[in-house]
Design a protein around this ligand. Structure first.
Ligand code: FEO
Length: 397
């Protein structure tokens, strides 16, 4: 038994909530699950907008059938081929072998890689339109949001934009499917930003291009492939994406440290306290061995100040700090202030390699790195004082 969520008289949400999966892409934690959204337009011609992850709901196709009633499914429109959305296509084709599959040339390259050569492919070009009867759909190519084949569909009749991963979020839909059915709390915004920073953020320049391309459309509803449908305040979702994709950040600091026996941890606390004493009110301190990289990246996307500390580990950085810094370079976060610190017992390695990271990522360093040999005793903190003062000064200019 499914609860049909109607977006308009002719548009239905046919998504699935997955609360079993622990890790999205087998990497990113899903404490609140995730939704795979799919949408069905029931017009003179019926069109399904994407499917869901294979096996996420064994009744998915029956649900599609119940919404269609005795109508045929005329089109499957594919916005994104990642398998969390395309996984059920194979089963869909068995039930609806005559359905026409709408996508672009890159969509079909990926699709055929999984399912072999298929009949009934309808290739569209950027700006092409498709009439369903009442609804007139326009295809807008938005490559690399999040894969190269990604495109959006704008329903010119009702001002509805189907956006693929863009504007999506981690977290299953707990009751409310629409933005006006929930309180868009700090937690929901954090989960939306975590999705952005973990999954889409690497392609922020392409997100900016997509937003510019969409700016001419009168968008009244946003239908992403994960998370809430924005029918009351789509401008909020667009505003958040403008901010995140331009690397705008809040006045705050995230301190991440790697520490084996607590010495680098002591430095982290000292620096954080000093930054707070200087008046910065938003500070997060994380042990890299305890907090998943997903949340570290989320905070680093949120705050302007980043302070990273590592003990030496076999003359290198601590492995989990190395993993974090490698990922930060990979996703290319920009425009942050950086402070570095660390400790060692018999040789350096942590700070030395953090400096190499600093050179690579190119963020402005607020002070010389602070490094302590042995116990972080009171008389060894001068460089930490300078780092804290430098960071606070940058955030309070
Ligand atoms: Fe939700 Fe890029 O897949």
């Amino acid at each position: 038994m499914y609860c049909n969520q109607q977006i308009t008289d002719t548009l239905f949400w046919t998504g699935v909530n997955d609360r079993r999966k622990q890790l999205f892409e087998n990497l990113w934690p899903l404490p609140g699950g995730v939704s795979y959204n799919s949408f069905l337009i029931r017009d003179q011609k019926c069109a399904l907008m994407d499917t869901v992850e294979a096996g996420s709901d064994r009744g998915y196709l029956d649900w599609i059938g119940s919404v269609l009633g005795d109508r045929p499914l005329d089109y499957l429109i594919i916005h994104h081929m990642e398998l969390d959305h395309s996984g059920e296509i194979e089963n869909l084709l068995q039930r609806y072998p005559d359905v026409k599959i709408v996508g672009n040339i890159k969509t079909f390259k990926v699709l055929c890689g999984y399912l072999g050569q298929l009949p009934n492919l309808v290739e569209v070009k950027d700006g092409d339109t498709l009439d369903l009867g009442h609804h007139r759909l326009k295809f807008i190519f938005t490559p690399w949001v999040h894969w190269p084949e990604t495109m959006m569909t704008y329903d010119q009749t009702d001002g509805i934009l189907f956006t693929g991963d863009a504007f999506g979020s981690f977290g299953a839909l707990d009751g409310g499917v629409f933005d006006d059915q929930v309180v868009f709390s700090e937690h929901l915004e954090a989960e939306m930003r975590r999705y952005y920073s973990n999954i889409v953020g690497k392609y922020s320049n392409m997100v900016q291009k997509a937003l510019a391309k969409l700016s001419g459309e009168n968008i009244r509803t946003i239908c992403p492939l994960h998370g809430l449908v924005w029918r009351s305040n789509p401008g909020k979702a667009i505003e958040l994406y403008q901010r995140w994709s331009s690397y705008e950040a809040e006045d705050g600091v995230v301190v991440v440290y790697a520490s084996m026996y607590g010495n680098t941890a002591k430095m982290a606390d000292y620096i954080a306290h000093k930054i707070a004493d200087a008046g910065v009110k938003q500070i997060r301190v994380h042990d890299v061995s305890k907090t998943h990289i997903s949340y570290l990246i989320n905070d680093i996307w949120r705050f302007k100040g980043v302070v990273l500390g590592s003990c030496a580990y076999n003359t290198q950085m601590f492995p989990l700090m190395e993993s974090l810094t490698r990922e930060l370079v990979h996703i290319g976060v920009k425009n942050r202030y950086l402070g570095l610190f660390g400790s060692y017992s018999w040789n350096g390695g942590g700070v030395k390699n953090l400096k190499l990271f600093a050179d690579e990522i190119g963020w402005e360093q607020v002070a010389e790195p602070a490094e302590i040999m042995g116990r972080p005793a009171c008389d060894k903190y001068a460089a930490c004082d300078a780092l804290a003062a430098g960071m606070a000064g940058k955030l309070q200019h």
